[in-house]
Design a protein around this ligand. Structure first.
Ligand code: ZN
Ligand code: ZN
Length: 332
C-alpha cells in the first residue's frame, strides 16, 4: 500500500496518506468531488472539497446543510501532507480532474471529461502525471463527435422547421450540464425557450455562477391555452412518453446525446430526431487526453474500460481496468 497514492476500497477511491476519498459512493469523513453529477457527488459525507465554480450546483444536489469547501482551479491545498488541486475537465460547470501529489509522485483522477469546446464551463486542461485514471463512457472507436457548431445549427434548423409545420419542439437532454450547454447554443431570435421544472433550479444556478444564457421560461408559468407551436421546450429524457407532453398540442421530439451516434438508440426510444452532442470525450478525444498526460500507468473506469485498456496495452502502455461504481449517465 505504501507506493499506492490511491486505492480502491468499499467506500470508493481512497488516499491512505491524505485520509480522503475522491467521489466516494458511501458517506465518508472527507470527500473530494470531481463534479456534481449524482454518481460522483453523493450526499451524506461529513465534509466536501470541490471547485468554486461547482459550488452552487453541488449545493442544489447535496442540500443546503452540506459542508462544502471550495478551491479555485489550480489552487493547491495540503491534506495531511498530500497536495490536492483541481484542474478543468471541460465536462460540466465546475467539473475538475483531481491532481494528487506526494513525494514526487503525481496521480490524476479525471472524473468525467470532454475535450470539445463548451461555453458553459472551463476548457479541459491536460495535467502531466505518473498515473492517470480516465473514464471511458464512449471508449469505442465508433464514437467520434461531429463539430459542435454543426450540431447546434441542426437543432436550430429543426426548431425553425417545426415552427413552419405548426409543431412545438421538445428537446430532451440531461438536466445538469447538457441542457444548459444547449440553451447557450440555441438561437433565441427563433422563438421562446421553455424548460421543464426539473431544469429550472440548475439553470438558475448556472446563471448565478456567471454563465451567460439566453432567457428561458418555466413551462408551468405559461398562460392557459398558450400556443406552443413556436416554442422550444427542454426536458429531461424521463419526460418522454408521459402525460406532461399533452399540453403542447402537436410536437416533434429530439434528443441530444452521444448515444445518438448509434442509430438504433433513437428508434428504440421512438424519438423523431437524434442530435449527437456529448459531454464526454469521444474515442480520439480520450486517446489524445491520455497521451497528453504523459502517464506511465493508466487506470480506466466506467464505460468501455476493457476495450480501451486492451487498445492501450497494444500500444505498449501499462493499463488496467478499475472497477468503480460510477455510471455512464445514460442521458449524456
Ligand atoms: Zn458526469
Ligand atoms: Zn460519470
Amino acid at each position: 500500500m505504501s507506493s499506492t497514492l490511491l486505492a480502491l476500497t468499499d467506500a470508493g477511491l481512497y488516499c491512505p496518506t491524505g485520509d480522503f476519498y475522491i467521489d466516494p459512493w458511501q458517506p465518508v469523513a472527507r470527500a473530494v468531488i470531481t463534479h456534481a453529477h449524482s454518481d460522483h457527488a453523493r450526499p451524506g459525507s461529513a465534509a466536501y472539497l470541490a471547485t468554486r465554480d461547482s459550488e452552487r450546483v453541488l449545493r442544489t444536489r447535496l442540500g443546503a446543510d452540506a459542508h462544502i469547501e471550495t478551491l479555485a482551479y489550480g489552487e493547491i491545498v495540503s491534506i495531511n501532507g498530500v497536495d490536492v488541486s483541481f484542474h478543468p475537465a471541460g465536462h460540466i460547470l465546475g467539473s475538475a480532474q483531481v491532481r494528487v501529489a506526494y513525494r514526487g509522485q503525481v496521480w490524476v483522477v479525471s472524473g468525467d471529461y470532454k475535450t470539445d469546446p463548451d461555453v458553459t464551463c472551463a476548457p479541459f486542461e491536460p495535467v502531466r502525471c505518473h498515473t492517470f485514471m480516465t473514464e471511458s463512457t464512449f471508449g469505442l472507436p465508433i464514437y467520434r463527435w461531429p463539430p459542435q457548431a454543426s450540431v447546434l445549427a441542426q437543432i436550430n434548423d429543426w426548431w425553425r422547421r417545426n415552427q413552419e409545420a405548426g409543431r412545438a419542439s421538445i428537446l430532451y437532454a440531461y438536466a445538469l450540464g447538457k441542457a444548459q450547454r444547449l440553451i447557450a447554443g440555441l438561437d433565441p431570435t427563433i422563438g421562446p425557450i421553455f424548460v421543464h421544472g426539473a431544469l429550472v433550479r440548475i439553470t438558475e444556478d448556472y446563471r448565478a455562477s456567471g454563465v451567460a444564457l439566453p432567457p428561458v421560461q418555466y413551462v408551468g408559468d405559461a398562460p392557459r391555452g398558450f400556443d406552443w407551436s413556436q416554442a422550444l421546450i427542454l426536458a429531461p429524457p424521463s419526460a418522454h412518453g408521459t402525460p406532461w407532453l399533452r399540453r403542447f398540442g402537436p410536437f416533434s421530439t429530439g434528443f441530444a446525446s452521444g448515444w445518438m451516434r448509434i442509430r438504433g438508440t433513437r428508434r428504440r426510444r421512438a424519438i423523431d430526431r437524434g442530435f449527437v452532442l456529448s459531454d464526454h470525450a469521444d474515442w480520439p478525444g480520450l486517446l489524445a487526453a491520455i497521451d497528453a498526460t504523459g502517464a506511465e500507468r493508466v487506470w480506466v473506469t466506467h464505460g468501455y474500460a476493457a476495450v480501451l485498456v486492451r487498445w492501450l496495452q497494444e500500444q505498449g502502455r501499462d493499463a488496467a481496468v478499475l472497477q468503480t461504481r460510477f455510471e455512464g449517465e445514460v442521458g449524456e
